[in-house]
Design a binder for this molecule. Structure first.
Ligand SMILES: *[C@@H]1O[C@H](CO)[C@@H](O)[C@H](O)[C@H]1NC(C)=O
Ligand SMILES: *[C@@H]1O[C@H](CO)[C@@H](O)[C@H](O)[C@H]1NC(C)=O
Ligand SMILES: *[C@@H]1O[C@H](CO)[C@@H](O)[C@H](O)[C@H]1NC(C)=O
Ligand SMILES: *[C@@H]1O[C@H](CO)[C@@H](O)[C@H](O)[C@H]1NC(C)=O
Ligand SMILES: *[C@@H]1O[C@H](CO)[C@@H](O)[C@H](O)[C@H]1NC(C)=O
Length: 460
């Protein structure tokens, strides 16, 4: 059924110019409701007699047919491409008008038409989802994504650029999400000046995150993105975890702003409403380069569960749980290697630098560098490295199944609050080795009395 989906998409793209040209006549777009999880496709239908008579002039291509029901059916092997260089595509366009797209739009049928439209601006999610594969440059302009719908930008054509413009927001539903999903090769994802991607998170925030309360949708899947770049996005108020980066190869994430500070508001128990609001969760990826992130949230600024060749540089993290590796262990993929975390500040957070591995699990954490990290107002641990996590909480008993080797901690400076511990290291015997430790100067808190099996290079 893949070809039908593609053809529907192409048809939709081609049809939009006609809609714009003759908005008053004939074409009715039947849209399915959104009470299911899967993105929907459109069905075009029109009266059996076309008042303008121009339907008949649309060259639908050899073998195309108009079904008795009035639904356009395009058979396998036929595709329709728009030749407009900047076609405005969208069946429920609110912004476009006839002067923008009609004059230059023509509809051509070809048995081999796969030419992507150079420019496609969408103002509704369904149109964007339906036509994405035929556009090399997509603008998502002011889209309100319906409830229980993923703004599904997966399987884009190689080389596609997607630009968020205006305000992108999401209607409320209690479901798993994700609200946005991307995949593809050579994909560029960016935001126009003044844009905001607003997750509408306050509707879901109940202080319980993904541990309970209402079911909250995941936010932004960057899965299976290869040789791609995400840059200059401005995100706020996502319900629970923000970016899930998985199966990525050579993905750069540059200058992304993530502001979930509104979730700092507390409930009657004094708990922040936003919870488990990790900014970047990275797993099973090779080559992820995150630079210049500016994050305000209530959980990890970065959490790497597995993967190799990952850097996180020039970040500003505030309000959360610090820059973390782990917890490592207990998943399908439990190896972390070649990580470079540098030149970042962490303020008003529970932890600064953190590595945690899972109790009684296996895996590895190898060749990790933290350098040039400035801390301020850290409330729990300036640096924390522990091998005792179970079900998301420390047990106090470390195990050696996930060794932490070839770790460099250098130039980690700044302060913690007076009841915080400056450095806490809890290793199993022999499970932490080949560490380099220099220029660590953390002030304002207490020395830990709980450290175990600290490698000789480090101090606790
Ligand atoms: C249609 O769009 C053009 C270009 O953006 C604009 O100049 C014109 O005022 C618009 N017309 C209407 C009726 O909205
Ligand atoms: C047509 O729409 C596109 C996308 O919104 C916009 O960039 C372009 O300026 C518009 N052209 C006119 C003539 O309004
Ligand atoms: C990584 O991706 C960028 C584009 O995003 C590309 O220019 C570069 O060549 C890629 N590097 C490798 C090693 O594939
Ligand atoms: C260690 O990781 C760094 C990235 O931080 C990488 O450049 C280096 O090649 C790695 N070393 C080894 C021995 O793999
Ligand atoms: C902690 O460090 C920050 C940033 O350098 C500084 O502004 C703040 O005054 C320090 N706090 C204490 C208690 O020293």
């Amino acid at each position: 059924m893949v070809y039908q989906k593609t053809l529907t998409a192409l048809l939709l793209g081609a049809g939009a110019g006609l809609i714009d040209a003759r908005p008053a006549h004939g074409w009715n777009i039947a849209r399915h409701d959104h009470h299911e999880h899967k993105p929907k496709s459109f069905t075009f239908s029109f009266p059996s007699s076309d008042p303008t008579g121009s339907i008949a002039s649309i060259p639908l291509g050899t073998g195309s047919a108009i079904a008795p029901s009035g639904t356009v059916v395009v058979p396998s092997g036929t595709a329709i491409a728009s030749s407009a260089s900047s076609a405005s595509i969208g069946t429920t366009e609110k912004k476009s008008n006839s002067s923008n797209s009609s004059a230059s739009t023509s509809v051509a049928a070809s048995t081999a038409a796969t030419t992507a439209s150079a420019g496609c601006t969408f103002t509704d999610a369904d149109s964007a989802i339906a036509s994405k594969a035929s556009c090399s440059s997509i603008v998502l302009s002011g889209i309100t994504v319906p409830a229980e719908t993923t703004l599904d930008m997966t399987d884009l054509a190689d080389g596609t650029t997607v630009t968020f413009e205006g305000t992108t927001t999401f209607e409320y539903a209690e479901w798993e999400g994700p609200l946005i999903s991307f995949s593809g090769k050579d994909i560029t994802i960016t935001g126009a000046s003044g844009h905001v991607i607003d997750g509408n998170g306050a509707k879901w925030w109940d202080g319980e995150g993904s541990n309970g309360g209402v079911t909250k949708p995941k936010f932004f899947y960057a899965h299976s993105l290869t040789d791609s770049t995400i840059s200059n996005l401005n995100i706020q108020n996502y319900p629970v975890q923000c970016f899930s980066i998985n199966g990525a190869e050579n993905l750069s994430v540059k200058d992304v702003t993530i502001d979930n500070s509104a979730g700092d508001e507390t409930n009657s128990d004094g708990d922040a409403l936003g919870h488990n609001t990790d900014a970047f969760d990275v797993g099973s990826s090779t080559g992820v380069y995150i630079s210049g992130a500016n994050v305000k949230n209530q959980d990890d600024c970065l959490a790497i569960n597995s993967g190799t060749d990952i850097s996180f540089t020039g970040a500003t993290c505030s309000g959360g749980h610090g820059i973390s590796i782990g917890s490592v262990g207990g998943r399908d993929d439990n190896d972390v290697a070649n990580i470079y975390i540098a030149d970042s500040t962490i303020s008003d957070s529970q932890n600064g630098v953190r590595i945690k591995t899972v109790y009684d699990a296996t895996g590895s954490v190898k060749n990790v560098t933290y350098t040039g990290i400035t801390l301020s107002g850290i409330t729990k641990y300036g640096i924390v490295i522990e091998q005792d996590y179970e079900n998301g909480s420390p047990t106090g008993t470390p195990t050696d199944g996930v060794p932490i080797t070839d770790l460099t901690v250098s130039d980690v400076t700044g302060n913690v609050t007076d009841d915080a511990e400056e450095v806490y290291i809890l290793c199993a015997s022999g499970a932490c080795s080949d560490w380099t430790w220099s220029g660590v100067s953390i002030t304002g808190g207490e020395a830990s009395s709980k450290c175990e099996n600290v490698p000789s290079a480090a101090s606790c």
